[in-house]
Design a protein around this ligand. Structure first.
Ligand code: SAM
Length: 244
């Protein structure tokens, strides 16, 4: 039926494309894609060719109204280069406008690097906070980290290899030296998940910046350590000096 189909695609292993995703892509009238070369490869894998329209941060404003109009009489699929559209990828405004126009909106769920990393890390999963990419500049990054320091949840972040060590060090600085995991090349040949404290991981990756795609997972803040007697006495003495 006509409408918008949000289709998740593999994050490395083509075997992770679901049969339903393949069926929806094969029968779509048009596929909105981040990069037509990447999606052409996926379509070749499932033995189909469909018309594609580039839809990315730089052209979305111009392309969106036309796509939304087509959803009234055509099946429009949305994919990103890898994983779930809308998760640190374009698409939410397309969904918003499709809904506003009264079109059918259907999701075809599948791989997502953030969720996959959570399943590998061995850290609590009952509450997690997805941060996407932190700002690359040092000051903005420190501010973003300070903002979430008190959040009682496991944190999930995307990062690139060259920036990994600096980001881990900034996280250790702003959050304290929590347990963490670096999940790399998930579902690919060199998949690995390395665990340690943030500063241990920062040291490890400062020596050898890793190749490939990366998700950082950070443990929630621990319980506040019980103050020992000396610390409590010192705090009391200090507080007394400030009494009027
Ligand atoms: N929408 C995608 C998803 O659902 O995972 C994420 C898109 S975001 C632009 C790309 C980032 O996701 C990469 O820089 C990396 O941090 C992470 N990523 C994607 N594939 C990955 C993989 N196979 N292993 C580890 N991280 C991956």
């Amino acid at each position: 039926s006509p409408g918008l189909y949000i289709v998740a695609t593999p994050i490395g292993n083509l075997g992770d494309l679901s049969p339903r995703a393949a069926a929806v892509l094969s029968s779509a009238d048009v596929i909105a894609v981040e990069d037509s070369r990447v999606t052409a490869g996926l379509l070749r894998h499932i033995g189909t060719r469909r018309p594609m329209i580039p839809y990315h941060d730089h052209n979305a404003e111009g392309v969106r109204p036309g796509l939304v109009a087509r959803m009234g009489h055509e099946a429009v699929a949305l994919v990103s280069d890898a994983g779930t559209p809308l998760i640190s990828d374009p698409g939410y405004k397309l969904v918003r406008d499709a809904r506003a126009a009264g079109h059918l909106v259907v999701t075809v769920p599948g791989p997502c690097a953030a969720i996959s990393a959570l399943t590998l890390a061995g850290l609590p999963t009952d509450r997690f906070f997805y941060l996407g990419f932190l700002p690359p500049k040092q000051h903005a990054r420190a501010e973003a980290i300070a903002e979430i320091a008190a959040v009682r949840a496991t944190l999930v972040l995307y990062e690139s290899g060259p920036r990994l060590a600096a980001t881990l060090a900034a996280l250790a600085e702003g959050l304290g030296d929590r347990e963490a995991a670096v999940a790399r090349e998930i579902t690919k040949k060199f998949e690995e998940c390395v665990t340690g404290t943030l500063s241990q991981l920062a040291d490890r990756y400062a020596e050898a910046p890793p190749k490939g795609e990366i998700v950082i997972v950070v443990a929630p803040p621990g319980e506040a350590p019980p103050a020992d007697a000396d610390t409590a006495d010192a705090a009391l003495a200090e507080a007394l000096t400030r009494l009027p």
